[in-house]
Design a protein around this ligand. Structure first.
Ligand code: SF4
Ligand code: FES
Length: 388
């Protein structure tokens, strides 16, 4: 997801478009087809206010999004949710996306797909499967997801993906309740025949932020996990590729969140709102356009929410005069908002942020708590401390 392509001339979109600030197309589009999901993971990246089924884009509307995405120059579509397979029209959306020339990635929890359906999706052009796991310890996985029998279904899906010769990525969100099982999670990815394992230390937005005190591992646990990954990378060269997401709270400089705001990725919610990142709705003052009433290219190039923090001109000190300004783009706007109260502030994950010490101290205090709070499970219409 590093390659950037130039977009087609604007006249092709039939829009009267102002001179763009950003002359590049996004590489990837995260299409949240629905917020419905049979699992209730307490670190879900969906917003706390989940969108209802009756607001979701129709099949024809999603198909139009796929065509517009291809015209805009987008290369990869990540079909996500919630759980995207609960949409009965997933096949119709995949078919149009593939015909439009997009690389299609299905991001799934893997508990609702059948063999026949996966085969059909593959035949219609599905390119890649990304399977999320909660843990390799069954009981713990069921506690984290509030869903029974998930692990066996995920193993089955892994077999089908192999049978159909499709590339597989395992996504493993890591936190204090499963970090000790990381070596077994790596073994699981190898056993499943995955090409790639995302060791995704939790990023604390949305539901994860609400559950931060329940999920935060200690610095020592994180350091140990980094060693385990380093060792496994060497051992499994040519077998398994690792993506290791460093947890912000134990970092010294921030990640370039989303590859830079409005720079490489866009996100569409189930009801068609177009966001610069999945948590952008937590930043006040942004206006989000909807694919129901504005063309995707015009939103990308000129939408107020995309322009707000694009580039570096919005920056304050210390980012403004920092040599890393064009490298990490000041980190994450949503994290700056959540922790400092101003999205234009430096991400507190940065050691130059005046909030950095408090940020680190929060993680150290919460992770040291012997009795962390119960999970608040992700649920439409509210959350609960007990799984339903
Ligand atoms: Fe990045 Fe800003 Fe920190 Fe510099 S001061 S490293 S640009 S977040
Ligand atoms: Fe929104 Fe990082 S999650 S910019």
């Amino acid at each position: 997801m590093n390659e950037i392509v130039e977009i087609a001339p604007l006249e092709e979109f039939g829009e009267a478009v102002a001179a763009p600030q950003c002359a590049r197309a996004p590489v990837g589009l995260l299409a949240e087809l629905t917020h419905r999901c049979p699992l209730q993971c307490p670190y879900c990246s969906n917003p706390l206010e989940l969108e209802r089924v009756n607001t979701e884009l129709t099949t024809a509307e999603w198909q139009d999004v796929m065509r517009q995405a291809a015209e805009l120059g987008i290369l990869q579509i990540h079909l996500s949710g919630g759980e995207p397979t609960v949409r009965k029209d997933l096949e119709d959306i995949v078919e149009v996306a593939a015909k439009a020339g997009l690389y299609t990635n299905l991001i799934t929890a893997g508990v609702t797909l059948t063999r026949d359906r996966l085969k059909k999706l593959k035949d219609l052009g599905l390119d890649h499967v990304q399977l999320s796991i909660q843990d390799v310890d069954e009981e713990n996985a069921e506690r984290i997801s509030a869903y029974k029998g998930g692990l066996a279904k995920k193993r089955e899906l892994g077999q089908w993906v192999r049978e159909f010769d499709m590339p597989l990525t395992i996504n493993a969100p890591i936190h204090r309740h499963n970090i000790k099982n990381l070596p077994r999670i790596i073994d699981f990815a190898v056993e499943m025949g995955a090409e790639r394992l995302e060791v995704a230390n939790i990023q604390y937005y949305a539901w994860a932020l609400k559950n931060r005190a329940a999920l935060m591992p200690t610095r020592a646990e994180f350091m140990k996990s980094a060693e385990i990954v380093e060792e496994a990378k060497e051992r499994l060269k040519g077998i398994l590729v690792f993506d290791f997401v460093v947890p912000d709270y134990y970092a010294k400089t921030p990640k370039p969140c989303m590859g830079g705001w409005g720079r490489g990725i866009m996100n569409i919610t189930p009801s068609g709102k177009v966001l610069p990142c999945h948590a952008a709705e937590t930043v006040p003052g942004l206006q989000f356009d909807n694919v129901r009433n504005r063309r995707l290219a015009d939103i990308w190039l000129n939408g107020q929410a995309f322009e707000a923090y694009r580039g570096t001109s919005w920056m304050k000190e210390p980012c403004k005069s920092c040599p890393r300004a064009e490298i990490d783009f000041g980190g994450c706007r949503c994290q700056a908002m959540a922790f400092t109260g101003d999205a234009a502030n430096t991400d507190p994950a940065c050691k130059f942020s005046p909030y950095h010490a408090a940020f680190v101290a929060t993680a150290e205090r919460e992770s040291a708590e012997a009795n962390p709070p119960n999970f608040i499970y992700r649920r439409v219409g509210g959350a609960s401390k007990t799984p339903e």
